[in-house]
Write a protein that binds this ligand. Sequence first.
Ligand code: NDP
Length: 334
Amino acid sequence: STQIQLVRRPSGWPTTDDVRTVTVELPDLEDGQVRVANEFLSVDPYMRGRMNDVKSYTPPYALGETMTGGAVGRVVESRSDDVPVGAVVVHQEGWRDLTQGDAAGFRVVEEIPGVPNSAYLSVLGMTAFTAFVGLKEIAQLTQGDAVFVSGAAGAVGSMVGQIARLTGASRVIGSAGSAEKVALLTEKYGFDAAFNYKDGPVAEQLAEAAPQGIDVYFDNVGGEHLEAALGAFNDGGRGALCGAIADYNSTEKPVGPKNMANIVTRGLTLKGFTVGNYTRHFPDFISQMSTWLQNGDVVFDETVVDGIENTFDAFLQLMQGANTGKMVVRVAAP
Ligand code: NDP
Protein backbone atom coordinates (compact mmCIF):
# COMPACT_ATOMS: atom_id res chain seq x y z
CA SER A 1 0.00 0.00 0.00
CA THR A 2 1.27 3.47 -0.90
CA GLN A 3 0.62 5.79 2.04
CA ILE A 4 1.27 9.43 2.88
CA GLN A 5 2.52 10.35 6.32
CA LEU A 6 3.05 13.58 8.18
CA VAL A 7 6.66 13.83 9.34
CA ARG A 8 6.85 17.45 10.49
CA ARG A 9 4.29 19.92 11.78
CA PRO A 10 3.94 22.80 9.34
CA SER A 11 4.24 26.38 10.47
CA GLY A 12 2.17 28.58 8.20
CA TRP A 13 1.77 27.11 4.72
CA PRO A 14 2.61 23.38 4.60
CA THR A 15 5.39 22.25 2.26
CA THR A 16 6.28 18.91 0.69
CA ASP A 17 9.00 18.49 3.36
CA ASP A 18 6.24 18.04 5.93
CA VAL A 19 5.17 14.71 4.44
CA ARG A 20 6.64 11.52 3.05
CA THR A 21 5.32 8.70 0.91
CA VAL A 22 5.94 5.15 2.12
CA THR A 23 5.14 1.66 0.93
CA VAL A 24 3.54 -0.57 3.54
CA GLU A 25 3.18 -4.33 3.27
CA LEU A 26 -0.34 -5.35 4.32
CA PRO A 27 -0.76 -8.61 6.30
CA ASP A 28 -3.27 -11.32 5.35
CA LEU A 29 -6.87 -10.54 6.23
CA GLU A 30 -8.27 -11.76 9.53
CA ASP A 31 -11.81 -12.99 10.02
CA GLY A 32 -14.32 -10.14 9.66
CA GLN A 33 -11.90 -7.90 7.75
CA VAL A 34 -12.01 -6.48 4.25
CA ARG A 35 -9.39 -5.06 1.90
CA VAL A 36 -10.33 -1.99 -0.08
CA ALA A 37 -8.76 -0.40 -3.14
CA ASN A 38 -9.48 3.30 -2.84
CA GLU A 39 -10.89 5.04 -5.91
CA PHE A 40 -11.11 8.59 -4.57
CA LEU A 41 -9.47 10.34 -1.62
CA SER A 42 -10.86 13.45 -0.02
CA VAL A 43 -8.65 16.41 0.82
CA ASP A 44 -10.30 18.91 3.15
CA PRO A 45 -9.43 22.19 4.85
CA TYR A 46 -9.90 20.70 8.35
CA MET A 47 -6.87 18.50 7.67
CA ARG A 48 -4.68 21.59 8.04
CA GLY A 49 -5.82 21.82 11.65
CA ARG A 50 -4.96 18.19 12.24
CA MET A 51 -1.39 18.88 11.14
CA ASN A 52 -0.99 21.14 14.20
CA ASP A 53 -0.34 19.74 17.64
CA VAL A 54 -3.35 21.33 19.27
CA LYS A 55 -6.40 19.92 20.95
CA SER A 56 -9.40 20.16 18.66
CA TYR A 57 -12.53 18.24 17.75
CA THR A 58 -10.40 15.83 15.75
CA PRO A 59 -7.09 14.67 17.24
CA PRO A 60 -3.86 15.83 15.56
CA TYR A 61 -2.22 13.58 12.98
CA ALA A 62 0.60 11.64 14.65
CA LEU A 63 4.05 12.26 13.19
CA GLY A 64 5.37 9.31 11.22
CA GLU A 65 1.96 7.76 10.84
CA THR A 66 -0.26 7.60 7.78
CA MET A 67 -2.83 10.39 7.73
CA THR A 68 -6.52 9.58 7.65
CA GLY A 69 -9.43 11.21 5.86
CA GLY A 70 -12.53 10.49 3.84
CA ALA A 71 -12.24 8.02 0.97
CA VAL A 72 -14.36 5.85 -1.26
CA GLY A 73 -13.18 2.57 -2.67
CA ARG A 74 -14.07 -0.92 -3.75
CA VAL A 75 -13.68 -4.13 -1.75
CA VAL A 76 -11.09 -6.36 -3.43
CA GLU A 77 -10.85 -9.08 -0.80
CA SER A 78 -13.24 -9.96 1.99
CA ARG A 79 -13.56 -12.18 5.02
CA SER A 80 -16.84 -10.60 6.05
CA ASP A 81 -20.34 -11.69 5.03
CA ASP A 82 -21.62 -8.12 5.41
CA VAL A 83 -19.21 -6.47 3.00
CA PRO A 84 -18.58 -8.60 -0.07
CA VAL A 85 -15.94 -8.26 -2.78
CA GLY A 86 -17.04 -5.66 -5.32
CA ALA A 87 -18.96 -3.50 -2.83
CA VAL A 88 -18.33 0.23 -2.93
CA VAL A 89 -17.54 1.58 0.52
CA VAL A 90 -17.08 4.96 2.17
CA HIS A 91 -14.64 5.18 5.06
CA GLN A 92 -11.95 7.21 6.81
CA GLU A 93 -8.81 5.46 5.57
CA GLY A 94 -7.73 8.06 3.07
CA TRP A 95 -4.20 9.21 2.14
CA ARG A 96 -3.40 5.68 0.84
CA ASP A 97 -4.33 3.54 -2.13
CA LEU A 98 -4.99 0.21 -0.43
CA THR A 99 -6.35 -0.34 3.04
CA GLN A 100 -7.88 -3.03 5.21
CA GLY A 101 -9.64 -3.43 8.50
CA ASP A 102 -12.80 -4.57 10.27
CA ALA A 103 -15.80 -4.47 7.97
CA ALA A 104 -17.64 -2.30 10.49
CA GLY A 105 -15.38 0.61 9.56
CA PHE A 106 -16.59 0.56 5.96
CA ARG A 107 -20.06 1.83 4.98
CA VAL A 108 -21.45 0.12 1.89
CA VAL A 109 -23.06 2.52 -0.61
CA GLU A 110 -24.97 2.05 -3.82
CA GLU A 111 -23.42 2.73 -7.19
CA ILE A 112 -25.65 5.22 -8.96
CA PRO A 113 -25.69 5.09 -12.76
CA GLY A 114 -24.31 8.34 -14.17
CA VAL A 115 -22.95 9.53 -10.81
CA PRO A 116 -19.25 9.00 -10.01
CA ASN A 117 -18.46 7.29 -6.72
CA SER A 118 -16.61 10.45 -5.69
CA ALA A 119 -20.08 11.94 -5.09
CA TYR A 120 -19.98 10.14 -1.74
CA LEU A 121 -17.27 12.60 -0.75
CA SER A 122 -19.15 15.63 -2.09
CA VAL A 123 -22.83 15.97 -2.95
CA LEU A 124 -23.82 12.75 -1.15
CA GLY A 125 -21.15 13.06 1.50
CA MET A 126 -19.67 15.13 4.28
CA THR A 127 -19.39 18.50 2.55
CA ALA A 128 -22.98 18.72 1.28
CA PHE A 129 -24.16 17.36 4.62
CA THR A 130 -22.29 20.20 6.30
CA ALA A 131 -24.18 22.70 4.16
CA PHE A 132 -27.50 21.01 4.98
CA VAL A 133 -26.91 20.92 8.74
CA GLY A 134 -25.47 24.42 8.87
CA LEU A 135 -28.42 25.99 7.11
CA LYS A 136 -31.21 23.99 8.70
CA GLU A 137 -30.07 23.15 12.21
CA ILE A 138 -27.59 25.92 12.95
CA ALA A 139 -28.80 28.98 11.03
CA GLN A 140 -32.44 27.84 11.24
CA LEU A 141 -33.09 29.04 7.72
CA THR A 142 -36.70 30.08 7.20
CA GLN A 143 -38.74 31.07 4.18
CA GLY A 144 -37.88 34.56 2.97
CA ASP A 145 -34.41 34.82 4.51
CA ALA A 146 -31.66 36.57 2.59
CA VAL A 147 -28.61 34.29 2.78
CA PHE A 148 -24.94 35.13 2.33
CA VAL A 149 -22.29 32.42 2.04
CA SER A 150 -18.52 32.84 1.72
CA GLY A 151 -16.35 30.27 -0.01
CA ALA A 152 -19.39 29.93 -2.23
CA ALA A 153 -17.81 28.07 -5.14
CA GLY A 154 -16.30 25.41 -2.90
CA ALA A 155 -17.65 22.02 -1.88
CA VAL A 156 -19.67 23.27 1.10
CA GLY A 157 -20.46 26.74 -0.24
CA SER A 158 -21.85 25.66 -3.61
CA MET A 159 -24.27 23.39 -1.74
CA VAL A 160 -25.22 26.09 0.75
CA GLY A 161 -26.33 28.37 -2.06
CA GLN A 162 -28.42 25.73 -3.77
CA ILE A 163 -29.98 24.30 -0.62
CA ALA A 164 -30.83 27.84 0.55
CA ARG A 165 -32.63 28.54 -2.73
CA LEU A 166 -34.47 25.19 -2.61
CA THR A 167 -35.61 25.82 0.98
CA GLY A 168 -37.14 29.20 0.34
CA ALA A 169 -34.45 31.83 0.75
CA SER A 170 -35.56 35.13 -0.79
CA ARG A 171 -32.09 36.06 -1.97
CA VAL A 172 -28.83 34.12 -2.10
CA ILE A 173 -25.50 35.94 -2.24
CA GLY A 174 -22.07 34.36 -2.54
CA SER A 175 -18.45 35.39 -2.56
CA ALA A 176 -15.53 33.58 -4.15
CA GLY A 177 -11.99 34.25 -5.25
CA SER A 178 -12.07 34.50 -9.04
CA ALA A 179 -14.17 35.91 -11.87
CA GLU A 180 -14.77 32.40 -13.23
CA LYS A 181 -16.10 31.20 -9.89
CA VAL A 182 -18.30 34.27 -9.51
CA ALA A 183 -19.81 33.65 -12.96
CA LEU A 184 -20.48 30.04 -12.04
CA LEU A 185 -22.35 31.08 -8.90
CA THR A 186 -25.01 33.06 -10.74
CA GLU A 187 -25.03 31.11 -14.00
CA LYS A 188 -24.88 27.53 -12.77
CA TYR A 189 -25.71 27.39 -9.05
CA GLY A 190 -28.59 29.86 -9.12
CA PHE A 191 -27.20 32.54 -6.79
CA ASP A 192 -28.95 35.90 -7.15
CA ALA A 193 -25.75 37.89 -6.70
CA ALA A 194 -22.06 37.12 -6.32
CA PHE A 195 -18.77 38.96 -6.02
CA ASN A 196 -15.04 38.35 -6.05
CA TYR A 197 -13.69 39.16 -2.59
CA LYS A 198 -10.33 39.99 -4.15
CA ASP A 199 -11.88 42.86 -6.14
CA GLY A 200 -12.35 45.21 -3.18
CA PRO A 201 -13.48 45.48 0.44
CA VAL A 202 -15.94 42.69 1.30
CA ALA A 203 -18.21 45.05 3.28
CA GLU A 204 -18.67 47.35 0.29
CA GLN A 205 -19.30 44.54 -2.17
CA LEU A 206 -21.70 42.83 0.20
CA ALA A 207 -23.67 46.05 0.76
CA GLU A 208 -24.07 46.36 -2.98
CA ALA A 209 -25.10 42.72 -3.44
CA ALA A 210 -27.48 42.77 -0.47
CA PRO A 211 -29.05 46.24 -0.33
CA GLN A 212 -31.81 44.92 1.99
CA GLY A 213 -29.28 43.31 4.33
CA ILE A 214 -28.87 39.62 5.19
CA ASP A 215 -30.70 37.34 7.60
CA VAL A 216 -28.37 34.34 7.45
CA TYR A 217 -24.61 34.19 7.05
CA PHE A 218 -22.90 30.84 6.42
CA ASP A 219 -19.26 31.46 7.28
CA ASN A 220 -16.57 29.36 5.62
CA VAL A 221 -13.88 32.01 5.68
CA GLY A 222 -13.85 34.15 8.85
CA GLY A 223 -11.81 37.37 9.07
CA GLU A 224 -12.95 40.18 6.83
CA HIS A 225 -15.94 38.16 5.60
CA LEU A 226 -17.32 37.65 9.10
CA GLU A 227 -16.77 41.30 9.88
CA ALA A 228 -18.68 42.34 6.74
CA ALA A 229 -21.53 39.95 7.54
CA LEU A 230 -21.81 41.34 11.07
CA GLY A 231 -22.24 44.75 9.50
CA ALA A 232 -24.85 43.57 6.98
CA PHE A 233 -27.09 41.54 9.32
CA ASN A 234 -30.73 42.52 9.75
CA ASP A 235 -32.26 42.34 13.23
CA GLY A 236 -32.51 38.76 14.43
CA GLY A 237 -29.88 37.57 11.96
CA ARG A 238 -28.29 34.17 12.36
CA GLY A 239 -24.78 33.03 11.54
CA ALA A 240 -23.64 29.44 11.07
CA LEU A 241 -19.92 29.46 11.81
CA CYS A 242 -18.57 26.57 9.78
CA GLY A 243 -14.95 27.44 9.13
CA ALA A 244 -12.41 30.23 8.91
CA ILE A 245 -10.09 29.19 6.11
CA ALA A 246 -8.62 32.69 5.80
CA ASP A 247 -6.76 31.96 9.06
CA TYR A 248 -5.76 28.32 8.65
CA ASN A 249 -2.26 29.00 7.32
CA SER A 250 -1.64 32.21 9.17
CA THR A 251 1.16 32.32 11.72
CA GLU A 252 -0.43 35.27 13.51
CA LYS A 253 -3.30 34.99 15.91
CA PRO A 254 -6.45 36.21 14.13
CA VAL A 255 -7.84 39.50 15.45
CA GLY A 256 -11.52 39.53 16.34
CA PRO A 257 -13.84 41.17 13.83
CA LYS A 258 -15.18 44.70 14.12
CA ASN A 259 -18.96 45.12 14.35
CA MET A 260 -19.17 42.76 17.34
CA ALA A 261 -21.53 45.25 19.03
CA ASN A 262 -24.15 44.42 16.41
CA ILE A 263 -24.51 40.99 17.98
CA VAL A 264 -26.12 42.81 20.90
CA THR A 265 -27.93 45.66 19.19
CA ARG A 266 -29.37 43.58 16.37
CA GLY A 267 -30.06 40.51 18.46
CA LEU A 268 -27.89 38.23 16.36
CA THR A 269 -27.26 34.56 17.00
CA LEU A 270 -23.91 33.12 15.95
CA LYS A 271 -23.45 29.41 16.39
CA GLY A 272 -20.46 27.30 15.54
CA PHE A 273 -20.74 23.62 14.70
CA THR A 274 -18.84 20.57 13.56
CA VAL A 275 -20.84 18.31 11.33
CA GLY A 276 -19.73 15.14 13.11
CA ASN A 277 -21.99 16.08 16.02
CA TYR A 278 -25.07 16.08 13.79
CA THR A 279 -24.92 12.66 12.16
CA ARG A 280 -28.46 11.95 13.38
CA HIS A 281 -29.62 14.17 10.51
CA PHE A 282 -27.71 12.17 7.89
CA PRO A 283 -30.62 9.91 6.80
CA ASP A 284 -32.82 12.98 6.35
CA PHE A 285 -30.06 14.66 4.33
CA ILE A 286 -29.48 11.65 2.06
CA SER A 287 -33.14 11.20 1.25
CA GLN A 288 -33.62 14.92 0.53
CA MET A 289 -30.41 15.28 -1.48
CA SER A 290 -31.03 12.11 -3.52
CA THR A 291 -34.40 13.51 -4.58
CA TRP A 292 -32.93 16.89 -5.51
CA LEU A 293 -30.16 15.19 -7.46
CA GLN A 294 -32.53 12.91 -9.33
CA ASN A 295 -34.79 15.84 -10.24
CA GLY A 296 -31.86 17.92 -11.41
CA ASP A 297 -32.54 20.55 -8.73
CA VAL A 298 -28.97 20.39 -7.50
CA VAL A 299 -25.83 20.42 -9.61
CA PHE A 300 -22.33 19.82 -8.35
CA ASP A 301 -18.75 20.18 -9.48
CA GLU A 302 -15.68 18.26 -8.53
CA THR A 303 -12.08 19.10 -9.21
CA VAL A 304 -10.28 15.82 -9.79
CA VAL A 305 -6.52 15.49 -9.35
CA ASP A 306 -5.11 12.25 -10.70
CA GLY A 307 -2.63 10.03 -8.89
CA ILE A 308 -2.08 9.26 -5.24
CA GLU A 309 1.38 10.82 -5.54
CA ASN A 310 -0.36 14.17 -6.06
CA THR A 311 -2.56 13.98 -2.95
CA PHE A 312 -0.55 16.43 -0.87
CA ASP A 313 -0.34 18.82 -3.79
CA ALA A 314 -4.10 18.57 -4.22
CA PHE A 315 -4.46 19.50 -0.56
CA LEU A 316 -2.25 22.57 -1.04
CA GLN A 317 -4.14 23.55 -4.18
CA LEU A 318 -7.40 23.30 -2.25
CA MET A 319 -6.12 25.76 0.33
CA GLN A 320 -5.13 28.10 -2.51
CA GLY A 321 -8.50 27.98 -4.23
CA ALA A 322 -7.58 25.91 -7.30
CA ASN A 323 -10.76 23.87 -6.85
CA THR A 324 -14.31 24.48 -7.94
CA GLY A 325 -16.67 22.36 -5.90
CA LYS A 326 -15.15 19.37 -4.12
CA MET A 327 -11.44 18.65 -4.46
CA VAL A 328 -10.79 14.91 -4.76
CA VAL A 329 -7.89 12.71 -5.76
CA ARG A 330 -8.50 9.83 -8.15
CA VAL A 331 -6.39 6.80 -7.35
CA ALA A 332 -5.28 4.65 -10.24
CA ALA A 333 -6.82 1.18 -10.31
CA PRO A 334 -4.50 -1.43 -8.73
P1 NDP B 1 -13.68 24.38 -0.35
O1 NDP B 1 -14.08 23.46 -1.43
O2 NDP B 1 -14.51 25.60 -0.11
O3 NDP B 1 -12.18 24.78 -0.61
C1 NDP B 1 -11.56 25.78 0.10
C2 NDP B 1 -11.75 27.14 -0.58
O4 NDP B 1 -11.46 28.18 0.32
C3 NDP B 1 -10.83 27.38 -1.74
O5 NDP B 1 -11.32 26.83 -2.93
C4 NDP B 1 -10.76 28.92 -1.79
O6 NDP B 1 -11.70 29.41 -2.73
C5 NDP B 1 -11.20 29.35 -0.40
N1 NDP B 1 -10.18 30.14 0.28
C6 NDP B 1 -8.90 29.81 0.54
N2 NDP B 1 -8.28 30.80 1.20
C7 NDP B 1 -9.19 31.80 1.34
C8 NDP B 1 -9.14 33.11 1.92
N3 NDP B 1 -8.03 33.59 2.49
N4 NDP B 1 -10.26 33.86 1.88
C9 NDP B 1 -11.40 33.40 1.31
N5 NDP B 1 -11.49 32.17 0.74
C10 NDP B 1 -10.39 31.38 0.76
O7 NDP B 1 -13.56 23.59 1.02
P2 NDP B 1 -14.75 22.94 1.83
O8 NDP B 1 -16.02 23.25 1.14
O9 NDP B 1 -14.42 21.55 2.12
O10 NDP B 1 -14.71 23.73 3.21
C11 NDP B 1 -15.19 25.06 3.29
C12 NDP B 1 -15.11 25.53 4.74
O11 NDP B 1 -15.96 24.73 5.56
C13 NDP B 1 -13.74 25.46 5.37
O12 NDP B 1 -13.57 26.56 6.23
C14 NDP B 1 -13.80 24.17 6.17
O13 NDP B 1 -12.88 24.15 7.22
C15 NDP B 1 -15.23 24.22 6.64
N6 NDP B 1 -15.83 22.92 7.00
C16 NDP B 1 -16.35 22.81 8.24
C17 NDP B 1 -17.00 21.68 8.62
C18 NDP B 1 -17.63 21.64 9.96
O14 NDP B 1 -18.11 20.59 10.37
N7 NDP B 1 -17.69 22.75 10.67
C19 NDP B 1 -17.10 20.52 7.73
C20 NDP B 1 -16.56 20.76 6.40
C21 NDP B 1 -15.92 21.93 6.08
P3 NDP B 1 -11.58 30.88 -3.39
O15 NDP B 1 -11.03 30.66 -4.76
O16 NDP B 1 -12.98 31.36 -3.39
O17 NDP B 1 -10.66 31.69 -2.52
